[in-house]
Write a protein of this length. Structure first.
Lengths: 115, 119
């Protein structure tokens, strides 16, 4: 089964409000997570990552929170803008056993920003 | 965009025909990947490469082959395209592997994608 999943498939947010996108994972050995943003017609774009030795990491207008107890992470976007409208994926990097790591993606949450 | 280009960007083909998609990178990264993206399935790994002529299978490799004869190019071939292979294909590179093996914290960066339609 899929190791990484998302709670909500769609999210609508008023411009200027904060957005919170959630992600659950099932592999307790997972220790590195990445958030990607994908705009329509484009490839996924790296936003921010977090290692399991951290609970929180901040970037520009984005914050990722990791709760290892309940195996949950979230992406918070401050002061959401129309340009934030996209599909957001969480992913975990798992050892493939063949000398490489492989990204496993959740199915994505579509964020729509209402002007 | 980590210097990744994909060609063609769009292709329509018929069932049973061979198709080759090309991924080109300009930054000499060791690791390259091919994914497909389908509604309801997210991104799934097809094949990856960890060096010239070194490749391995991913989650959904059936019906696909790859080749990497140069560091900068990673080709994905559908020997006999089927309608189930209609999808958007993304190439990615990993920033790791420049010295030694891969690291869990290596980040992958994606190309712009190729939309393939098999009729």
């Amino acid at each position: 089964g899929e190791s990484v999943g998302l709670h909500l498939p769609t999210l609508s947010v008023q411009e200027g409000d904060n957005s919170i996108i959630n992600c659950a994972y099932s592999n307790s050995a997972s220790d590195y997570f990445i958030w990607y943003k994908q705009e329509s017609g484009k490839g996924p774009q790296f936003i921010i990552d977090i290692r399991s030795n951290m609970d929180k990491r901040q970037g520009q207008r984005v914050t990722v929170l990791l709760n290892k107890t309940v195996k949950h992470l979230s992406l918070q976007i401050a002061a959401t803008q129309p340009g934030d409208s996209a599909v957001y994926f969480c992913a975990e990097n798992l050892y493939s056993g063949a000398g490489s790591y492989q990204l496993t993606f959740g199915k994505g949450t579509k964020l729509s920003v209402i002007p | 965009d980590a210097g990744i280009t994909q060609s063609p960007r769009h292709k329509v083909t018929e069932t049973g025909t061979p198709v080759t998609l090309r991924c080109h990178q300009t930054e000499n990264h060791r690791y390259m990947y091919w994914y497909r993206q389908d509604p309801g399935h997210g991104l799934r790994l097809i094949h990856y490469s960890y060096g010239v002529k070194d490749t391995d299978k991913g989650e959904v490799s059936d019906g696909y082959s790859v080749s990497r004869s140069k560091t900068e190019d990673f080709l994905l071939t559908l020997e006999s395209a089927t309608s189930s292979q209609t999808s958007v294909y993304f190439c990615a590179i990993s920033t790791g592997g420049l010295a030694g093996g891969p690291r869990r914290t290596d980040t992958q960066y994606f190309g712009p994608g190729t939309r393939l339609t098999v009729l």
